[in-house]
Design a binder for this molecule. Structure first.
Ligand SMILES: [Zn+2]
Ligand SMILES: [Zn+2]
Length: 121
């Protein structure tokens, strides 16, 4: 990855198994996030990358969430104009994009025809 550090994708929960652990994301995710960042030009902040199963349940993630397997990242976005840019670029790059109130979920998990959804990410 060029624009992101592995530590930015660590599970953010306070459990001993997660604190101080970086974990690893799927290389494909990192490559596509770099491409997204290059297209967007402005900085992107990862608000959620890897999640342990407990943390995923706490934040209301799907039981088979791509965050569990290092295949997803939520990109912070509270600005409507920037969100349009992020979403359009993300739809070109990722297998699945979900628009939440404060972030855009981008993942590389194969799941058939679904590409865009509006939800909690
Ligand atoms: Zn955790
Ligand atoms: Zn997400």
């Amino acid at each position: 990855m060029i624009w992101f550090k592995a530590s930015e994708f660590a599970c953010t929960c306070p459990r001993p198994a997660c604190v101080g652990k970086t974990g690893s994301i799927e290389p494909d995710l990192g490559e596509r996030l770099d491409a997204l960042r290059s297209i967007c030009v402005f900085p992107l902040t990862v608000t959620s990358g890897l999640r342990c199963p407990e943390h995923n349940a706490e934040v209301g993630g799907a039981p088979d969430s791509a965050h569990l397997t290092g295949q997803a990242a939520d990109i912070e976005c509270t600005h409507a104009g920037l969100r349009r840019i992020i979403v359009k670029a993300a739809m070109l790059l990722f297998d699945y994009v979900e628009i939440a109130p404060h972030h855009v979920h981008c993942d590389v998990k194969e799941r058939g025809a679904r590409l865009l959804d509006v939800g909690t990410g």
